[in-house]
Design a protein around this ligand. Structure first.
Ligand code: AMP
Length: 189
């Protein structure tokens, strides 16, 4: 299966992605994790990305697309779950070009109201989770990433999942939706 997990920061993408990947034997590819690792290792990419991440801005598309393309290639036989990518239309176009038609089975959209997002992120307390950066990241999400909801809806790939409630509640809802994705994938192959 080839999946994309869409949702605001704090909607639970990372936690749920780990669970889905483990359950279905998929490679979990998180651009946020990869970028944080690059920053930690002090690589050229990490040095370029850090200022954008500290502000809550998107790292330039060219850097992110180059970073993830190779990983996607390596994971394509086993199947993968993209977490935090694509984050705007330009990245979605780059992904579509790389994978070709029928390259994705499902896009899962974790839906959470803004006030719940802010509450969860303040509790998480990561370095880029200060109140001001959270506001900026939410603005970036609505402006840049949310248009992908209708983009993938038009392609018939989008499945909305309620991300309120406990982690287990959300995992269960995702599981139900994923069964449908698996069926679609089987029917096609
Ligand atoms: P995340 O862990 O997904 O919340 O990502 C943390 C930060 O990494 C974001 O606020 C961005 O600065 C950067 N980032 C992660 N994924 C992407 C992406 N696909 N495109 C651009 N920047 C990204």
């Amino acid at each position: 299966m080839r999946l994309v997990l869409l949702g605001a920061p704090g909607a639970g993408k990372g936690t749920q992605a780990e669970r889905i990947a483990a359950r279905h034997g998929l490679v979990h590819l998180s651009t946020g994790d990869l970028l944080r690792a690059a920053v930690g290792a002090g690589t050229d990419l990490g040095r370029k990305a850090k200022a954008f991440m500290d502000r809550g801005d998107l790292v330039p598309d060219g850097l992110v697309v180059e970073m993830i393309a190779e990983r996607i290639r390596e994971a394509s036989d086993r199947g993968f779950l993209l977490d935090g990518f694509p984050r705007n239309v330009a990245q979605a176009e780059a992904l579509a070009t790389q994978l070709g038609e029928g390259g994705l089975d499902c896009v899962l959209h974790l839906r959470l109201p803004d006030d719940a997002v802010v509450e969860r992120l303040l509790k998480r307390g990561r370095g880029d989770d200060t109140q001001e950066v959270i506001r900026d990241r939410l603005g970036v999400y609505h402006r840049e990433t949310e248009p992908l909801v209708s983009w993938y809806q038009d392609l018939g790939l989008l499945h909305a999942v309620d991300a309120t409630g406990s982690i287990d509640d959300v995992t269960q809802r995702l599981g139900a939706v994923l069964e449908a994705c698996g069926t679609v994938g089987d029917a096609r192959s």
